[in-house]
Design a protein around this ligand. Structure first.
Ligand SMILES: *Cc1c(COP(=O)(O)O)cnc(C)c1O
Length: 349
């Protein structure tokens, strides 16, 4: 049985979080002299002299109505990367606990484990880039705190089978993180609608991909009220700056435009896959539910340098497990995709 109290680190459980001026006074007033801000302010940027809302309530309110998730089940981080770090700091005792990742997958789960001095076990995906359930079951130990699942997965691009993820959620007594950075490009149902069913579930999403706002640095984590409570205790009080909150609020109004962009990018991905498969240089294109394709060439390194010589940068994944001779290629604009295709076609085989 999952028991949050036995999973969370003891120091975090008893942690008394920093109390901001806005924690101590939340009402209306006309003169604020409680936070040592500069009351005059910069003449050119005069709206920025006050600290931002540490609870990001306006942004959360908007996310809440878009995602149909109550505010108390939403955590906002400085990108998903901050959420990843904070999840480690809530649940993993350095030098003692361990987590499981399923490579090939997103690199930050491992980097963040290393930064936090947390042991990490790699249970590779199958050749079809799906979870290896028997191996996962075998790998889980008493000190295994987190299983990181990325779906749609980076760098393979495919979605992991929903029933397999449910199997992990139902049978693992630790935290299961599902990174859904690319979910808007797929037809899979998000796990955000299943938070009530799974007290051990954390779903991560981001404004960096489908929303087209990687420069903002805004990542979301959805989880039980208790988990979100712990994550909020650990985060720096003002982790989301005022400009980011203001711009995010504006951006979250543009849901229609974002949906059009998603439709365009998914169509462009399908077309790019078809066009790539017509080229002799391409030996395989893996099925993708994301805004990129994992493409296998007869000689990936040669292709990488050929593209680079023409000013096109792809991500060389040929040294990554199960990605032999593969480049990861982001879907570009129509013009960029055309340039890519003609560049690939001029590479001697
Ligand atoms: C791009 C990406 C993210 C986004 O991270 P941010 O810090 O929110 O920009 C998260 N997870 C995966 C798997 C990604 O590929």
């Amino acid at each position: 049985m999952f028991n949050l109290d036995s999973i969370v680190r003891k120091n975090i459980k008893v942690l008394k979080p920093y109390s901001t001026a806005r924690d101590e006074f939340k009402g209306e007033a006309t003169i604020f002299l409680d936070a040592n801000e500069n009351s005059i302010g910069s003449s050119t940027l005069k709206w920025y002299n006050r600290y931002p809302d540490p609870f990001q309530l306006k942004v959360k309110d908007k996310i809440s109505s878009i995602k149909q998730v109550p505010i108390e089940n939403i955590f906002i981080g400085h990108g998903s990367d901050e959420a990843i770090d904070i999840i480690y700091r809530c649940f993993c005792e350095p030098g003692q606990d361990q987590v499981i990742i399923c490579p090939p997958t997103y690199g930050m789960y491992e980097v963040s484990a290393n930064i936090n001095n947390v042991d990490l076990k790699r249970i590779p995906l199958t050749k079809e880039f799906q979870l290896d359930l028997p191996a996962l079951e075998e790998a889980i130990e008493i000190n295994t705190k987190i299983i990181w699942i990325c779906s749609p997965n980076n760098p393979s691009g495919n979605s992991l089978n929903r029933v397999d993820i449910e199997m992990v959620l139902n049978n693992f007594d630790g935290i299961v993180v599902i990174d859904e950075a690319y979910v808007n490009f797929s037809r899979q149902r998000s796990f955000v609608s299943d938070l009530k069913e799974y007290p051990n579930l954390i779903v991560m999403q981001t404004l960096s991909k489908a929303w087209g706002l990687a420069a903002l640095r805004l990542g979301m984590a959805f989880a039980s009220t208790e988990i979100v409570g712990y994550m909020n205790k650990v985060k720096p009080p003002y982790n989301i700056s005022q400009p980011v909150q203001t711009i995010a609020l504006e951006a979250l109004e543009e849901i229609g435009q974002v949906n059009d962009m998603i439709i365009f990018l998914v169509e462009a991905r399908k077309q790019l896959e078809i066009d790539l498969l017509e080229l002799d240089q391409v030996t395989k294109v893996y099925p993708s539910d994301a805004n990129f394709l994992l493409v296998q060439f007869s000689d990936a390194k040669k292709m990488y340098h050929h593209l680079l010589s023409l000013g096109i940068v792809a991500r060389d994944r040929s040294n990554v497990l199960l990605c032999e001779e593969c480049l990861r290629i982001t879907v570009g604009t129509e013009k960029e995709n055309d340039s890519l295709l003609s560049a690939i076609s001029t590479c001697p085989i």
